[in-house]
Write a protein that binds this ligand. Structure first.
Ligand code: SF4
Length: 280
């Protein structure tokens, strides 16, 4: 692990994150020790090492919390995506607490925050997260099968730990998203769709694998391609799952699902009693 001093902790959003409506991204780390076989972040210019070593290095911005203290006023009330080039709940976050330090620093400025993670460690920070008035915690749960998870993302946390953490976040009254992204092979489409629907997440996102024959950086890597082919999972299976899920929940696909939580005003209005509520 490398520790660096960074000059900035909030960067202007670009690409699909910008198109989704975010103004800022926040990355306490570069690299990612979860090392998923299909990871597109491995090809991003911010992650400057060769994709071949992806998953085996991590750089921590040791001054992240201090920077957030200084720079938080510029993101006040604005949509922030955390994180865009890595996962903010890396295993080393348990000791370093950079993500937590940033959350504490930005809390008084109330950005519209989206946290995107595979890390159950997010539940550690519920005490801070509860103070954000416009927030969504998106958990990536890309399959129902831990056997499949171990093939595609062997170093990432087990699926049940993610469900458990997301349950705790939800029970604390924090809006949550379930991101079946990228949608990995699913063992039991009906059971998984039912589980997601019964969980009642605020947002559900699915995303099929890119397939451009390896012609661009964010394309599905050869390891993931081979795994998909070996399992015999393809676009028709993805479509069958999404159609089944749509029986019970609204499903956003691909980048359409990555949008900020409602503004503080609209979130408050949505929870205010309506005339109709008075009569039920
Ligand atoms: S957790 Fe996210 S950033 Fe990390 S390797 Fe997996 S997909 Fe890439």
């Amino acid at each position: 692990m490398e520790l660096i001093e960074s000059r900035s902790i909030f960067s202007p959003a670009t690409g699909y994150i910008r198109r989704g409506g975010f103004e800022w991204t926040c990355n306490p780390y570069l690299g990612c020790t979860f090392g998923c076989a299909y990871c597109y972040a491995a090809f991003l210019p911010q992650n400057r090492r060769p994709p071949e070593v992806w998953g085996r290095w991590i750089t921590a911005k040791k001054n992240a919390a201090g920077l957030a203290q200084k720079q938080a006023p510029k993101i006040a009330g604005q949509p922030v995506y955390m994180s865009s080039v890595t996962d903010p709940y890396q295993p080393i976050e348990r000791g370093l607490m950079l993500t937590r330090g940033i959350l504490e620093a930005i809390r008084p400025h109330q950005p519209r925050l989206t946290i995107q993670t595979r890390g159950p460690l997010v539940s550690r920070d519920i005490d801070v997260l509860k103070d954000f008035r416009s927030l969504r915690v998106n958990m990536s749960i890309p399959t129902d099968s831990d056997r499949v998870r171990q093939q595609f993302e062997p170093k990432a946390p087990p699926l049940e730990k993610r469900w458990e953490a997301l349950r705790q976040v939800k029970d604390a009254g924090i809006p949550v998203g379930v991101c079946v992204t990228p949608t990995l092979p699913i063992e039991n489409v009906d059971t998984f769709a039912r589980r997601i629907a019964e969980f009642k997440p605020d947002v559900v996102v699915c995303q099929d694998f890119h397939d451009a024959g390896g012609r661009f950086g964010a394309d599905t890597g050869v390891t993931a391609r081979d795994l998909l082919a070996g399992i015999g999972w393809g676009p028709a299976d993805y479509r069958r799952f999404v159609n089944r899920l749509r029986h019970s929940v609204t499903v956003f696909e691909g980048e359409t699902g990555f949008f900020p939580p409602p503004t503080i005003e609209s979130a408050v209005a949505a929870t205010a009693p309506t005339l109709f509520d008075d009569y039920v």
